[in-house]
Design a protein around this ligand. Structure first.
Ligand code: GLA
Length: 389
């Protein structure tokens, strides 16, 4: 976010707070959505990911309470105020969007942190259901606000893991750590190379505009829902394959062991393993190319990642496939779908002077196929969760 945009967001969110609760908040915090350069469906296999934060954020204006009551409202929701009691929170008990922030209160309390009640008002410009981690932005904004309101002294990875716990155990979506770690820990101008087993990583400079390149996000507007069981089934398939192969997680298989591993597996698990093992290798290849100063060479790696998600993992859909093929046909260096799949967004690596041509080509292809117009915007690697007021 630019300084001006941050100030506007802070003002809007403060106003939403005043409209709901008739008073001023103690502070305003923001947490971003994310792209993922490469490393899809590797996180719950203890593998590698390479996300970057978006300039799009969820903001929360918050005020501490001392009576254990929680009030939640969102300008993007129905505008109503949801009221809850901290000691009455239980997994599955809160419906709708409020489960995400409520889950963060619950996860903090479960972990023994002295968190009390609070009044929270949210605004957001992170597209929802678009594979850009709007849920993680909501959770991570809540986590940083509560951390600072109650002086908990958590660091960014600790907040991310509590946010993930909220999503896993309170909301009930068995996601990995990618989204929350990205939303909490990313640094502007960088991608975050993360080993999701050790939770160690490094910030990798990603100044593509300096070499005439841009990352373009194409939100197909096909909404995905990770809570519908398909994601959990894929995760279970990977865990089953690891068990059959006698490894802790698929991360433990190197690319040179893949062929032998496939022979030991039932036919339906082979493509899952093939995707995860080759995808981990693609993250490592991407890091090597970025370290070597060869970002143009990322294009084919991205497109190979898409083919693997489409043909082996089978989480693509006609809209994401068309966005990839139309972008590449119009001169993108490479493209792939991002996130859980079954809709969502595509990331394309494009020469900056071809951005307009690629966007027009994708929009024309969508119109011709009878698909709704996509939302296309350049992804500028931005700052992870932080206080804005
Ligand atoms: C969703 C999940 C993440 C990750 C991706 C796929 O975004 O929340 O944990 O598994 O899908 O890479």
């Amino acid at each position: 976010m630019t300084t001006d945009a941050a100030a506007t967001s802070a003002t809007d969110t403060t106003e939403a707070f005043a409209a709901a609760y008739g008073d001023a908040p103690d502070g305003v915090w923001a947490a971003p959505g994310r792209i993922n350069v490469i490393g899809e469906h590797t996180d719950y296999n203890e593998g590698f990911v390479l996300p970057a934060a978006l300039p799009h954020t969820t903001r929360v204006a918050a005020r501490r309470r001392t009576d254990g009551r929680i009030r939640l409202t969102s300008v993007q929701g129905d505008g109503k105020v949801t009221e809850l009691a901290l000691d009455g929170l239980a997994p599955g008990a809160v419906p709708g969007w409020a489960a995400y922030p409520a889950g963060v209160f619950w996860a903090l309390a479960q972990a023994g942190h002295p968190v009390g009640g609070a009044d929270l008002a949210f605004t957001s410009d992170v597209p929802t259901g678009a594979g850009l981690s709007s849920s993680a932005a909501l959770e991570c904004a809540t986590a940083i606000a509560l951390d600072e309101l109650f002086g908990l002294g958590l660091d960014a990875p600790a907040r991310a893991l509590l946010a993930q716990r909220a999503e896993n155990d309170f909301v009930g979506v068995p996601c990995g750590a990618l989204d929350q770690m990205a939303s909490s820990c990313c640094v502007a101008g960088h991608a975050f190379f993360l080993d999701t087993r050790t939770l160690t990583g490094r910030q990798v400079p990603l100044d593509l505009p300096a070499v005439g390149l841009s990352l373009l996000v194409i939100d197909t507007r096909v909404k995905h829902d990770l809570g519908d069981g398909a994601y959990a089934a894929l995760r279970a398939g990977c865990e089953r394959a690891a068990e059959l192969l006698g490894v802790r997680a698929l991360r433990d298989l190197g690319i040179e062991e893949l062929a032998a591993a496939e022979e030991k597996l039932p036919a339906e698990l082979r493509p899952l393993v093939r995707h995860v093992v080759t995808e981990d290798q693609r993250v490592l290849d991407t890091i090597r190319l970025l370290d070597a100063g060869e970002p143009r060479a990322l294009g084919p790696v991205l497109t190979a990642g898409h083919a693997s998600l489409r043909d082996d993992y089978r989480v693509s859909c006609p809209e994401t496939d068309l966005a990839v093929s139309a972008a590449n046909a119009a001169g993108a260096l490479g493209a792939r779908m991002m996130g859980g799949g079954f809709g969502g967004s595509v990331l394309a690596l494009v020469d900056t002077d071809r951005l307009g041509a690629v966007e027009r080509a994708v929009c024309a292809a969508f119109a011709e196929a009878g698909f709704a117009a996509p939302y296309v915007f350049p992804a500028v690697p931005s700052q992870g969760a932080h206080r804005i007021k």
